[in-house]
Design a protein around this ligand. Structure first.
Ligand SMILES: [Zn+2]
Length: 164
């Protein structure tokens, strides 16, 4: 992922981080559209990354606050992969990427922005996308873009869930 040029992320890197854990507070707020939460499962939710590496970048996050993959209850691991699959299918259906990066960054050194609460990244990739994103590097444009993408993905999700 490091070869994706995402200059707007500097705002995130330099910004004052909110108190507490956003992966715990956001699902608790019940403002899913505002918080860019796309889907709620039993153990995990799917949320769009507000500082994406690429358009459509989302994450599968457990509701439970944990930094580890060990000690998970029955069904928790399975559902993480099920929701990763749902996210991939949703992106395929809605945004037609050419490929994907999926992964978990563990620890600050591993590149995790929020190291205390584990999460899996799903980043769609398009041929030539490393050259495309600087065109929309303006943060205001990114924010408008995120809202439009959220609405688009939410519609796509309804279509997928209806047909499955
Ligand atoms: Zn948390």
């Amino acid at each position: 992922m490091e070869h994706l040029w995402a200059p707007w992320r500097i705002e995130y890197i330099l910004s004052k981080k909110p108190e507490g854990c956003i992966f715990c507070t956001k699902p608790g707020e019940k403002r899913d559209e505002e918080n860019l939460i796309l889907y709620r499962g039993v153990h995990h939710f799917i949320i769009m990354n507000a500082y994406p590496y690429n358009n459509g970048h989302m994450m599968v996050v457990p509701f439970r606050h944990t930094s580890k993959l060990s000690g998970w209850a029955d069904g928790e691991r399975e559902e993480m992969m099920e929701l990763a699959d749902l996210a991939v299918e949703l992106l395929r259906h809605t945004m037609h990427p050419d490929g994907f990066n999926l992964g978990i960054n563990m620890g600050i050194v591993g590149g995790a922005g929020i190291a205390d609460h584990i999460h899996m990244h799903i980043v769609p990739r398009w041929n030539g996308d490393t050259n495309f994103m600087p065109v929309i590097s303006d943060t205001r444009v990114i924010s408008e873009h995120l809202r439009a993408t959220y609405a688009n993905l939410k519609r796509g999700l309804e279509e997928i869930l209806k047909s499955s």
